[in-house]
Design a protein around this ligand. Sequence first.
Ligand code: SF4
Length: 218
Amino acid sequence: MNIQLLRDKFQMLRLTSRSRLSNLVATSASFYFSKWTRSTYHWGLPVSIAIEPTTSCNLRCPECPSGLRSFSRATGMIDTALFEKVISQLQKKTSYLTFYFQGEPYLHKQFLQMVQYAVSKKIYTATSTNGHYLTPEMAEATVKSGLHRLIISIDGTTQNVYEQYRIGGDLAKVLEGAKNMIAARRKLQSYTPHVIFQFLVVKPNEHQISEVQKLPVK
Ligand code: SF4
């Protein structure tokens, strides 16, 4: 296990509390007891939750309802008051917030303020981005928000391969954004966010798996 990963695990551990641990025991017990009795028992509150800041996206990936513009629900931005209400109701019991599902989180203008709010309640926050909005200013604001984990999708080493899945995307911009992120973390002497580069393997890019590890983003 490398040092960054260890630090990331440590961040998670230091956010645990007695009430979150007892909630974990309660939810696990309801799962096993329901399985054993073949009835439904439900104790505790969610240990982890996923919230989409937005369902909209700047790209058009072919396997994603956001990319295909094919949602059966409305496309929009979460109301920050609703977000804060949910977090304040769960904060004592919930440890982990996945801040994405379908949609590009950085399109929500208050995204980092929401991260900051969850972090102030000592909840571990993780998000994923297509990397098109990581300007130097946004990268610094991300570090300052206290976000714990950031996944950046880099799905090709050349523009023509990258854009076959990330339709409408600009690989140079993503690589620039990734560099900005690392530079901001260094400048602010922060261990967070823990940055993970994601390479989603599809037929057009599978021959670039070894090349992507050599990309100069650090
Ligand atoms: S970048 Fe993510 S949210 Fe946007 S279309 Fe692609 S998979 Fe969907």
